[in-house]
Design a protein around this ligand. Sequence first.
Ligand SMILES: *Cc1c(COP(=O)(O)O)cnc(C)c1O
Length: 444
Amino acid sequence: MTTPPFEVHDPAILANARAVLNACKTGAEMQQAVLDAVKRNETWRGQQCVNLLAPEAPTSPTVRALLASEIGTRAAEGHIGSVQRWFAGTKHIDEVESLCVELLKQAFRCGYADHRLMGSMLGNMAVYYAMAEPGDVVMTVSQPFGGHSSNRIDGPAGQRGLKIVDVPFDPAELTVDLDLFRKMAPLVKPKIVTLGLSMTLFPQPVREIKAVIQEWGGRLFFDGAHQAGLIAGGQFQDPLAEGADVLSGSAGKTFGGPQSGMLMWNDPTLTEPLTTAIFPVLAATHQVNRVAALAVAAAEMIAFGKDFMAQIVANARALAAALDARGIPVLGKHKGYTTTHQVIADVRAQGGGLDVAHLLARANLITNKNLLPNDGPADWDRPSGLRMGTIEVTRLGMKEEQMTQIADFMARVLIERQSPETVLEDVVEFREPYQKLFYCFDTV
Ligand SMILES: *Cc1c(COP(=O)(O)O)cnc(C)c1O
């Protein structure tokens, strides 16, 4: 095989995969190479790491088992019901999918929900496809304030042909600058205002924004990819109740379900455009195994969401305060650091987000680099911030006391400058007793 002239993937890693496969004598050996890599990840990330990635959640044993269920091999496209589907034989699939829809409606206290999106990216595309036309103005939050590419020029919003104007944001409060918004929005009369935040610490003024844009019939889209579980668990603002027209969520973030997307709304006039954007535009077969897993995750959220999410937020606050006390500056201090699962540190003094995240990973502390409000376009690969989330550590049963210990490990690497490898052993030992998942029916 010749090396292709251009790769978006790291060419060295692809070359290594080719070398592994070239060394295999049989197809079975190739299979084994795949199984071995999966196993290595399971042992390391699944058992030995303190995973603080904010968009990550371990799913319950039942949710995970459902992802391998027989129903996932069945084809079922279209809307629920024998007439609206192309294939016969879907009566039990209809049962599963309708249970999922009704569970999502219960979990989010709303009139409509869709379960067929393979990712929240597609949910955002469904919204922009259904509720705007190319050339329309949409106001969204830029990345240094926490915005996500899906609502920007290089993602679904931009690729739908929408004109993107920034939602003005207050860099200290980390909320929308309402005064400025009230001045700016009437000048461009956005068809949609999207509040989509991958860096999310505090509630946003949904009601106030809706009141402004209502004058010209503007719609408010709350992209709750990160906050979905907190919203379902009643531990964050309730965007739909506050006037958002559509709420989306990533099922695999705080919601603790299989990685995929969810769309929720109340206005019946949106039902036709949104659901026809999903089918036949964005989803055909939509992985019914994943739908079953999502349904169970919703049931877990209804039963355990309040306690689970409250502990996630308490843990995030504890981690933030402990990091700050150890000399690692944390954003939002004057507002109690956070009201979500996230903690955002300013690690410029420790070498910046990229280097810090990789340094910590050598000690099995998994985080990610993050843009901060003062970062410019030149800083995108090497931003100032570090983002942490407490979903996984909380589901493993950790409480505030363990957050202090995690902050200690981080401070040993970042402040005391101990080599990550010396801290690693202690992290593995610390993680060892936490192997069971809580806030699910498997563990009572
Ligand atoms: C993660 C994220 C998405 C994309 O969600 P996927 O489920 O990974 O497709 C969209 N919007 C925001 C704000 C996000 O943080």
